[in-house]
Design a binder for this molecule. Structure first.
Ligand code: GLC
Length: 611
């Protein structure tokens, strides 16, 4: 009989059958090669129709590299993903693949997508419902591009801002991070009452498979070194860094990604106790555990232990799907050797494949494997940009308002005669968005569709108001223009992962000099665009009339002017401790009091307090 003929009446093909029956039936029909193929995730650039079909590849991803994707339209993306999917459906059993991407603050690799504030800004809002709504909007924009799976949310609890991924964390307080895990219910949809905790859930075609990462303790490494070592008792690890995963599991998160980092000297990717005994056993996680990018290769460094032993350690520890992502032929050769030699039991393989199939069935991909083109007009739509604007407004934290309590500086006057807008970050969408935007490391300039701070000021002020703009304002500009007030936007350039590890934490691009040169002559509001607290010297703070931190707000700069010109209230509160000096960070383990912060967690001024 033809393939289609002898399969169409199988249990696994019947959507009315219970998912567990479909998983069991399909698994029983799979060859070892097909099982191992499902455990393999490859990067798009090496994905060929024959590899996908013949090797039964389980997943493809777009990494953050500058793959030129910043020019593809959502429709181009959907066509590309569907082509890969058609190859998967031509395999012997027609198992659909899942296409994954880092949609970590909107569908950030797709040109024109709405870019939401990075997680640290959302942590400043402490608004769980906002996070859920952002998740739902992000899911729509991801599915509009034909993509099924996002490597988000990052639920790291960042204990040291020197970490290059601190902005991917909702904050240093476990309870804030726990609250913001509500984004999972937005991304995947809200599970029905009584949904079993730990069991994956994806509501339908407008939702995506979500991935909680990086399990566990990625934000607690010593001195914030990325992929470093988290030295904690099990009780502290569980209480501080594991707690948000329980909230993700209770919402049916489908995937958990293992961390590159170590716990007390042992790599998470080889940690059977944490990945299997705790996550899958004690916590009852029934989705699948993904490795991180090339993590198995990195296990071989620096001692050079061979790749085969790294595969054995990781799979036996509980990794189910491996983000290879390039050398998949070698990976599969080694893996089949390890299984046939008995070093990896077939039971471990079956457990991994069951979990992967369970997620695919739950996500409805056997019934709806191809993209829904009707969603495409939602990418960057007004409703989503309005939502992003709301998020920006709520994320702003006001740190100073006036040089003395009786003389408040904000809100600004929309009808001032002449305003100077200055600074490296005043007219730069790329800087507003930060890393993981258009490309892995992000970049400067007009990298996508959005509203800069300068654009927003021009839209907000009265028709009689003149707006001057200079990144680095000249002495002449500052002194000879009778300027009513200045808005100076400075901060960090984009970065991601280890490239963002930083032990100085000073305002880059001579930001302090720009502030100083302007504030010496003109009443000045400083807007800090940054993924974390930065050093603010007392002499600088004294010069500034008002100071707010906007974190990495994304494409909707209008959210900033909505608040500084008084149309909306400040609501944001620091989700982190704002240190005075970097060396205090080595004592932060002793608690906020011990490090005498410049601004403590929870700090955030309001207009209403002064009205
Ligand atoms: C990266 C990151 C992880 C990301 C993955 C795929 O190295 O650690 O957060 O999801 O690779 O880009």
């Amino acid at each position: 009989m033809s393939k289609v003929e002898d399969l169409k009446n199988c249990v696994f093909k019947n959507p009315n059958e219970p998912i567990e029956a479909r998983v069991k039936d399909l698994l029983s029909r799979m060859t070892l090669q097909e099982k191992l193929g499902q455990m393999t995730q490859i990067e798009r650039v090496v994905a060929t129709p024959s590899a996908i079909k013949d090797l039964c590849i389980g997943s493809i991803l777009t990494s953050g590299g500058k793959g030129g994707f910043d020019k593809l339209s959502p429709s181009d993306w959907a066509v590309m993903v569907d082509e890969f999917q058609k190859s998967a459906l031509e395999s012997r059993l027609g198992i659909p693949l899942i296409y994954g991407i880092d949609a970590v603050h909107g569908n950030n690799f797709v040109f024109g997508a709405t870019i939401f504030p990075h997680n640290i800004g959302l942590g400043a809002t402490r608004d769980a419902d906002l996070a859920r709504r952002i998740g739902a909007a992000t899911a729509l924009e991801v599915r509009a591009s034909g993509i099924h799976y996002t490597f988000a949310p990052c639920v790291a609890v960042c204990k040291d801002p020197r970490w290059g991924r601190s902005y991917e964390s909702y904050g240093e307080d476990t309870e804030i991070v726990r609250k913001m895990t509500s984004i999972v219910s937005g991304l995947q949809g809200q599970p029905p009452q009584g949904h079993p905790g730990g069991y994956p859930y994806v509501a339908g075609r407008n939702n995506v498979i979500a991935c909680a990462k990086h399990f566990v303790g990625d934000g607690g490494t010593q001195k914030g070194v990325n992929e470093g070592n988290t030295a904690l008792s099990y009780e502290d690890l569980e209480r501080t860094h594991m707690a948000p995963y329980l909230d993700c599991l209770s919402q049916g998160v489908s995937v958990v990604m293992a961390s590159y980092s170590s716990w007390n000297g042992k790599k998470l990717h080889t940690h059977h106790f944490l990945l299997t005994e705790i996550l899958k056993g004690k916590l009852g996680f029934k989705g699948f555990v993904s490795s991180d990018w090339k993590a198995l290769d990195r296990l071989a460094q620096p001692h050079g232990s061979n790749y085969r032993s790294c595969i054995s350690s990781a799979i036996n520890a509980g990794i189910d799907m491996v983000m290879v992502p390039y050398r998949y032929k070698l990976f599969l050769e080694e893996l089949i050797f390890l299984v046939e030699s008995g070093e990896i039991p077939i039971a471990r393989i079956d457990d991994a494949v069951e979990r992967i199939l369970r997620v695919k069935f739950t996500a409805g991909l056997f019934e709806f494997p191809l993209s829904d083109r009707s969603l495409q007009n939602l990418v960057g739509c007004k409703a989503h940009r309005d939502l992003a604007c709301e998020a920006v407004r709520k994320s702003l934290v006001l740190l100073k308002n006036g040089k003395d309590p009786t003389k408040l500086f904000l809100p600004l006057n929309k009808n001032a005669r002449r305003i100077l807008v200055a600074g490296t970050h005043a007219d730069n969408i790329g800087y507003q968005c930060g890393g993981w935007t258009a490309s892995w490391q992000g970049s400067s300039g007009s990298i996508t569709v959005g509203t800069t701070i300068l654009d927003a000021v021009k839209k907000t002020v009265g028709v009689e108001t003149e707006v001057l703009y200079q990144q680095y304002p000249s002495k002449d500009t500052i002194e000879h223009n009778e300027i009513s007030f200045a808005i100076v936007a400075v901060g960090e350039g984009p970065y991601a992962e280890s490239k963002g590890d930083n032990s100085e934490l000073v305002i880059p691009f001579n930001g302090a000099d720009i502030i100083s040169s302007v504030a010496d002559e003109i009443p000045t509001l400083v807007i800090l665009i940054s993924g974390r607290p930065l050093v603010l010297e007392p002499w600088l703070l004294e010069k500034i009339d008002a100071l707010l931190v906007a974190w990495l707000p994304g494409t909707e700069g209008q959210g900033i002017t909505d608040v500084i010109f008084g149309d909306h209230e400040f609501k944001g509160q620091l989700p982190v401790n704002w240190f005075k000096r970097v060396k205090q960070l080595d004592t932060v383990a002793l608690g906020v009091d011990a490090c005498d912060p410049l601004f403590p967690p929870g700090f955030g001024m309001r207009y209403e307090e002064n009205l």
